[in-house]
Design a protein around this ligand. Structure first.
Ligand SMILES: Nc1nc2c(c(=O)[nH]1)N[C@H]1C(S)=C(S)[C@@H](COP(=O)(O)O)O[C@H]1N2
Ligand SMILES: [Mo]
Length: 239
């Protein structure tokens, strides 16, 4: 797979954005007042998120590929900041849904797999410069939010994971039809390394938004952060 794949467009765009961060930080070193640098960067990032949320089209689908284009199952890459096999009891697993929801509480895997299913061959793009097209299966996040009676006029959704990873999303992206609670890959239950029993898959965003091993979902109006986002990675992370 060379740089002539559809991938190259996002890669070159990403490279430019990623280059911005170190440059801005280096420039910031010229100012001894850290507070000023921090608040400049924060303002810049908030502006960047705002622009991306305005540009995001809630009805535009990320490309879906034919089965011929699928990454072979043995090429389904595993990536994580810490461990590939967190200690998760799949039998006892539940998803805690909390915050601005009428029916907060713990939802079972069976409740999630009973919701309408969506199978999609979409590209997963990692900022590290690789991508792959697995066959994902799950239910749209919108279905779960409806089940829990979530206030979908709330601004954000945060997720927490079994490896102490976390990330968060704007509500518009969460309601996008391809934003799924994924419990299958290649027509089989998700394996532990890829986020079993349930992960997020959001092909409209960079790979670090597709959180694995999720256990808690919070609907909130206060902007949450994330493991990578808190270290300066793009929060909106749209493709
Ligand atoms: N819980 C958790 N989710 C995570 C990560 C992680 O470290 N922990 N890494 C993210 C990154 S950077 C990528 S590229 C994808 C990798 O998913 P995969 O291992 O199924 O390929 O998971 C994302 N979700
Ligand atoms: Mo990634």
């Amino acid at each position: 797979m060379g740089l002539s794949t559809p991938n190259s467009r996002f890669l070159s765009k990403r490279r430019k954005i990623l280059q911005l961060a170190p440059l801005a930080l280096l420039a910031g070193c010229d100012y001894s007042a850290g507070g000023r640098t921090t608040s400049f960067l924060r303002t810049f990032q908030q502006f960047n998120d705002w622009v991306q949320s305005k540009v995001f089209d809630p009805n535009k689908l990320a490309p879906e590929y034919s089965d011929n284009d699928l990454t072979p199952e043995d090429g389904f890459r595993i990536n994580g900041y810490d461990t590939d096999r967190p200690d998760i009891d799949i039998e006892k697993w539940t998803l805690t849904v909390q915050g601005h929801v009428q029916k907060p509480g713990e939802y079972t895997l069976q409740q999630i797999t009973s919701l309408p299913k969506r199978v999609m061959n979409t590209r997963h793009c990692c900022v590290e410069g690789w991508s792959m097209i697995p066959k994902w299966g799950g239910t749209s996040l919108r279905n779960l939010l409806e089940l829990a009676g979530a206030d979908i006029t709330a601004k954000y959704v945060a997720v927490e994971c079994g490896d102490d990873y976390n990330t968060s999303f704007d509500m518009t992206s969460v309601l996008h039809p391809q934003s799924i609670l994924c419990y299958e890959a290649y027509n089989k239950p998700l394996v532990l390394e890829h986020g079993a029993p349930v992960r997020i898959v959001m092909p409209t965003k960079l790979g670090y938004k597709s959180a694995k091993w999720i256990h808690t979902l919070t609907v909130t109006n206060e902007k949450p952060g994330g493991y990578w986002e808190d270290q300066g990675y793009d929060w909106f992370a749209g493709l």
